[in-house]
Design a protein around this ligand. Sequence first.
Ligand code: HEM
Ligand code: HEM
Length: 161
Amino acid sequence: MKPLAGYSRTQIVLHWAAFALVAQQYLFKDAISAAWERTSEGAEVAFDPIVFAHVAGGALVLVLALWRLLLRARRGVPSQTGSTSQQVLARVTHLGLYALMFLMPISGSFAWFGGVEVAALGHNVMKVILLVLVALHIAGALYHQFILRDGILTRMRRPQD
Ligand code: HEM
Ligand code: HEM
């Protein structure tokens, strides 16, 4: 992976699109939770566009994560800034975020399409871990932007193709 001056337009669009999709998974979660409860009780569940958006939106997160990893490998990413410990923390957080962009849709699919209770449990545990990682990630981005003043947020806004 070669270090670059910034992210490409596609990398930036993919980052914010994934953020928007993950946000809607949390904002409109009640419909899928209620539908899951009804199916677990053996009741029939009618088609609900909000439930569909959770399933399709979640699957899209996985596709976008794959696309991003492909671009990472092919094009590369800008080098990390900050002290060694900050770079390690950022790497671990990014790794966790990528892992959950795969594990959330996979566990959700096992629960929804396969009726696997333990997958739903995992989905529920991981939803909290994802929230914690996103909070850490946002705190890190703000720390870089406003304390270290290394323009990291600008890096995720202005493409360097
Ligand atoms: C669901 C929410 C989010 C996820 C899953 C996510 C995930 C990621 C990942 C995996 C990276 C590393 C990109 C790479 O090098 O391949 C990244 C970079 C970045 N993210 Fe996010 N992000 C989220 C939300 C946010 C938010 C809300 C902000 C702003 C406050 C933000 C700001 C940034 C910045 C500035 C970078 C670039 C870091 C750098 O250049 O070293 N992210 N994000
Ligand atoms: C990044 C992707 C995803 C995120 C962030 C996400 C997030 C969430 C959240 C926050 C809940 C609410 C749990 C609660 O508090 O009641 C939930 C529930 C659920 N999701 Fe997802 N989800 C994702 C992908 C998927 C996919 C692709 C599917 C199915 C194909 C799915 C199936 C479910 C099911 C069945 C529930 C109900 C589980 C329960 O209430 O115990 N999810 N999801």
